[in-house]
Design a binder for this molecule. Sequence first.
Ligand SMILES: [Zn+2]
Ligand SMILES: [Zn+2]
Length: 141
Amino acid sequence: MKTKGHCLCKSVTWEFEGAITWQCYCHCDDCRRNCGAPVVAWLGVPLKHFSWTGNKPETFESSAGVYRHFCGNCGSPVGFEADHYEGGMHRYAASMENPSDFQPTFHVNYGSKLHWLGLADELEKHGSTLAHSDKDLSAYR
Ligand SMILES: [Zn+2]
Ligand SMILES: [Zn+2]
């Protein structure tokens, strides 16, 4: 199975082959500001199954070892990598070719959720990040 996606102007395109490792919402302030959105929907995939298929993105190091990729033409965020998630590429669900295929199963950084954002779901809610916790997402199959 191939999953594809693209930025707003479609010059940066990407695809990956195989299963998505995890799908979640992140409520952290960095993700929100990066996207100008109240919450960001993410999917994690193994880097070895991922490729950029159009123009390569630009990269902004938002904090030490954290790399946020964006389209140099239209400015859309198109990906995330971090030293602490080695071997993984994080994709924005909203940039998938079919965003309705996204199936989130949990929230991270729920403690930072904006009070005016109403979400009615029964998904697992983690108050902070899972990095370095017992449910660490850094193992990419
Ligand atoms: Zn673009
Ligand atoms: Zn975040």
